[in-house]
Design a protein around this ligand. Structure first.
Ligand code: FES
Length: 155
């Protein structure tokens, strides 16, 4: 079937089967490789994107179910001139990634958190990212990065 997805503010018409996961469409059809394939079953968060500003596991949601929704990927956080989002800069500044495979999902979950709660406590950050797994154990740096971004965004 042919569907139109709105991704990072732009419409994209793609041919998909009824159950093609959004993650495959983003990576294979649209060339948006920010969202990663980790577990493929909705458990790790590596594939997190935003649907209408809310985190979504792109590996388990069919693209066909997302027509008419606004989707945001890691690539869509940048400003139109390419300037990185404060979260992206903060993750780099805090060296929050080791292997960095989980980082796109962490950044997207954090973006949703800061949208809802611009000055989250450390406990709120840890709760919001609880279901995003980092196998390298970088959680403390990730929390610091989100705190850093929250401070910059509040200025
Ligand atoms: Fe989607 Fe793990 S790859 S949650």
């Amino acid at each position: 079937m042919s569907i139109t997805l709105s991704v990072n503010g732009r419409p994209h018409t793609v041919d998909v089967s009824e159950d093609t996961p959004l993650l495959y469409v983003l990576r294979d059809e649209l060339g948006l490789n920010g969202a990663k394939y980790g577990c493929g079953v909705g458990q790790c968060g590596a594939c997190t994107v935003l649907r209408d500003g809310v985190p979504l596991r792109a590996c388990v949601v069919p693209a066909a179910a997302l027509s008419g929704r606004e989707l945001t990927t890691l690539e869509g956080l940048r400003a139109p001139d390419g300037t990185l989002h404060p979260l992206q800069r903060a993750f780099l500044a805090e060296q929050a990634g080791q292997c960095a495979y989980c980082i796109p999902g962490m950044v997207m979950a954090a973006a949703a958190l800061l949208r809802e709660k611009p000055r989250p406590t450390e406990a709120e950050i840890r709760t919001a990212l609880d279901a995003n797994l980092c196998r390298c154990g970088s959680h403390n740096r990730i929390v610091r990065a989100i705190q850093r971004a929250a401070e910059e965004l509040a200025r």
